[in-house]
Design a protein around this ligand. Sequence first.
Ligand code: FEO
Length: 402
Amino acid sequence: MTGNVESPFAAVKVTERVYWVGAVDWGIRDFHGYATRRGSTYNAYLVVGDKIALIDTVKAPFVGEMLARVASVVNPAGIDYVISNHAEMDHSGGLPEVLAAVKPEKVFASTMGVKALAEHFALAQDVTPVKEGESLSLGNATLQFVEARMLHWPDSMMSYLAEERLLFSNDAFGMHLASSRRFADEIEPAVLEEEAARYYANILLPLSPLVGKLLEKVGKLGLAIDVIAPSHGPVWRKDPEHIAARYGEWAAGGAKRKAVVAYDTMWQSTAAMARAVGDGLAAAGVETVVVPLRESHRSDVATEVLEAGALLVGSPTLNNGIFPTVADMLTYLKGLKPRNLVGAAFGSYGWSGEAVAQMEEALRGMGVSVVEEGLRVKYVPDGEALWGCAALGRRAAEKLDF
Ligand code: FEO
């Protein structure tokens, strides 16, 4: 790292021609509804060839930091091209200020990106559309553009730097992880696995069929990849095949023999039922996670569900309906389109007890195969009722025929 006179923020060299010039957001804890307990990074990259290209920018409040990192390598006014791989504001928010400061010769985005940027900002200059397979010469290096529509917006695009065998993968292969380390091989593998899975579950899961197609396309294009440089989290410079393989597995939707029991409770009755359901599943040899929703986040459930084969949901009936934390989780999960799940609903009630049927409807609405009619217990479960809950867990386990 080298600093410059005005600012301590410095670039980090990634490869011979590529520098990380992004920003670390240590403080973000909610990324449009997803709990980012370890913060995030917004990765912009500088490619220094005969011509100089900036790949993406950062979230608007971090532009000064980003430009300082650029200035530790080159004068920002020397940037010839800006490439916007994605119009979402965590990557394009700084674009208006960057264009005003840098005045590059040209700005590039995908065809859909040109439209999306125009719908976000009044930019100081035109954006040139680029299509799949087109490339941009930097003199002694070439950037090739690879469309990645709907990963995770219609405009999303990747850029490939052949001379460094480096893929700027934008949102794909990323994670929300603030760290002083810029490379995945410098970070604890368990943290990488947890945060990569959390990111996939909460951002990319509903797009899994497209992830599978993208992996196929990259294979067919014959792009040799030594380094994957995503727009969030660390750069994969050693063994990038590992994260690509994990994406292949997640996209294929292969479930482990695992169950998630998510619940909330008013007077601990549904909590007791949830624990008994979980015990029944565990007794049948199923890896089981019981998630108390009042103390957890909807995105924790999504992360646990990523590799699960069963989802059992518990709620008391409150005002003739589902308890709000449970309804929130079900709404969120529906949007993520989990696949290949069996499930069931259960809950305690006082007099009307509609929540269980409503949860069953919600589970069916998200494509879960409901194994049997939901289990309701009036007021407080006695020993027999808890045995019934454990039996529900055992019957759900029988449906996990793998
Ligand atoms: Fe990281 Fe889709 O933005």
